[in-house]
Design a protein around this ligand. Structure first.
Ligand SMILES: Nc1ncnc2c1ncn2[C@@H]1O[C@H](COP(=O)(O)OP(=O)(O)OP(=O)(O)O)[C@@H](O)[C@H]1O
Ligand SMILES: [Mg+2]
Length: 261
């Protein structure tokens, strides 16, 4: 996204309880301390972009939010529910949180439509016809309704990623987590996926997105979080973080990603 877009007006609801709260979260993989006192409050309707060098803990942070990884210290509260070993609580949280990964993770042996209706039918117990109508609505939303009968292998990477987004939306999540959704895509397909995400932001979806797409961050992020070595090092508006970095670590990171683009 090279053109400068108008910043999408903030939908953050500071009057409501936070959608996501991380309070001094610590996590280790064996002896490796990968999250260090990570604290972050995400308001309902807020859009947060996380950036930082490889290995800094970005994926681990968002994977802890829907408990694809478990944290060892601190608290994580999603939509008012604290993450714990309680299976019922976890089900409730996963129902509200959609996740889109770098690799699209579609089922190759199912059609696009079947990929989108699987969870609504089996998890939400939705009648098949209703699930199909819903799936078609979201496939239209990501502008590929004509692909519904095809298999993932017959679609481009950008189209597959839009299916992955539609599939997540079919569960009607309150929160969407994105982990570098465009980094496996060819440049000409990045924009179509980012445009889909911008339109979600315009609708007021609460979003956390790990990405290094600065144009996207400037357009939609209410806040940008910079992580390095398991810590949140800086956090602020896109202008504060990108134009006025306070730490050497962030200055170095920005100079490296600017060189890379
Ligand atoms: N399952 C795992 N087992 C052991 N170590 C892991 C595991 N997953 C991640 N790590 C380590 O945890 C640290 C943080 O990894 P993480 O994937 O969160 O980084 P990242 O910021 O998302 O990096 P990238 O930009 O490369 O995706 C890294 O040192 C990584 O090697
Ligand atoms: Mg990662």
């Amino acid at each position: 996204m090279s053109e400068t877009l108008e910043h999408v007006a903030s939908r953050a609801r500071t009057d409501a309880p936070p959608a996501i709260l991380l309070d001094k979260v610590n996590k280790w993989f064996g002896a490796l301390h990968v999250l260090r006192d990570v604290s972050l409050n995400v308001a309902l309707g807020e859009r947060v972009v996380i950036c930082g060098p490889s290995g800094s803990g970005k994926s681990t942070t968002i994977r802890c939010i829907n408990r694809l990884e478990t944290h060892q210290e601190g608290r994580i509260v999603v939509n008012g529910i604290e993450l714990s070993d309680d299976v019922k609580a976890l089900d409730d949280i996963r129902r509200e949180v959609g996740m889109v990964f770098q690799s699209f993770n579609l089922f190759p042996h199912l059609t696009i439509l079947e990929n989108c209706t699987l969870a609504p039918i089996w998890v939400r117990r939705m009648p098949k016809k209703q699930a199909e109508e819903l799936a078609m609505e979201y496939l239209a939303r990501v502008r590929i309704p004509e692909q519904a009968k095809k298999y993932p292998g017959q679609l481009s990477g950008g189209q597959q990623q839009r299916v992955a987004i539609a599939r997540a939306l079919c569960m009607k999540p309150k929160i969407m987590l994105f982990d570098e959704p465009t980094s496996a895509l060819d440049p000409e397909m990045i924009k179509e996926v980012l445009d889909t995400m911008v339109s979600l932001a315009e609708d007021g979806m609460t979003m956390i997105c790990v990405t290094h797409e600065m144009g996207f961050a400037r357009t939609v992020a209410d806040r940008v979080v910079f992580m390095d070595r398991g810590e949140i090092v800086e956090m602020g508006t896109p202008t504060q973080v990108f134009e006025n970095p306070q730490t050497e670590r962030l200055q170095l990171f920005l100079s490296q990603i600017l060189r890379g683009h």
